[in-house]
Design a protein around this ligand. Structure first.
Ligand SMILES: Nc1nc2c(ncn2[C@@H]2O[C@H](COP(=O)(O)OP(=O)(O)O)[C@@H](O)[C@H]2O)c(=O)[nH]1
Ligand SMILES: [Mg+2]
Length: 148
């Protein structure tokens, strides 16, 4: 697990699994704590769900994203409606990738992918924090390129 990761920012509604995924990517274990404000988990910038649930906070997310190399939009497999406005990804001057979370709980992964695609995301990972391989595929994607 000694992979060095790019700085990424987690964006998604409350309870979608941002903090759990951040802890699992960083430390291999999903101890989730309620996020009260923007905070750092290793090289991951974690944000409160309110920041995407209420448009008056969009500016806060956009400003925080300047510190990141990559933006992650999270959408739960079970979630029918998208929290993201259409083409939200275009506002970020960064690569934005999508994560379908909690695929172990069932739900409609195809619908979740469509929600993320409507938000302007092209690369999408399907994740359960209880499936280490699914987390590792994402970790590999956000790993820093080794400088020769
Ligand atoms: N079954 C399952 N539960 C998950 C997964 N990821 C997160 N959760 C649970 O979803 C709830 C919300 O997670 P949390 O990380 O606090 O969401 P946040 O509000 O987006 O930071 C917690 O009870 C987690 O244990 C997953 O992949 N599978
Ligand atoms: Mg959180």
């Amino acid at each position: 697990m000694e992979q060095s990761l790019k700085t990424v920012i987690m964006v998604g509604r409350t309870e979608v699994g941002k903090t759990t995924l951040a802890n699992t990517l960083m430390y291999g274990s999903p101890e989730a704590l309620k996020t009260q404000s923007i905070g750092r988990i290793g090289s991951i910038i974690d944000t409160p769900g309110e920041f995407v649930e209420n448009p008056i906070y969009y500016r806060a997310i956009l400003l925080s994203a300047y510190d990141a190399d990559m933006v992650l939009f999270l959408n739960e497999a079970n979630e029918s409606e998208s929290i993201f406005p259409p083409n939200f990804a275009a506002l970020f001057n960064r690569e934005v990738i999508g994560v379908v979370t909690k695929i172990d709980l069932g739900g409609d992964v195809a619908r979740a992918r469509k929600n993320l695609e409507a938000a302007g995301v092209k690369t999408i990972f399907e994740i359960s924090v209880h499936d280490a391989d699914s987390v590792q595929r994402l970790r590999d994607y956000i790993a820093r390129d080794i400088e020769a």
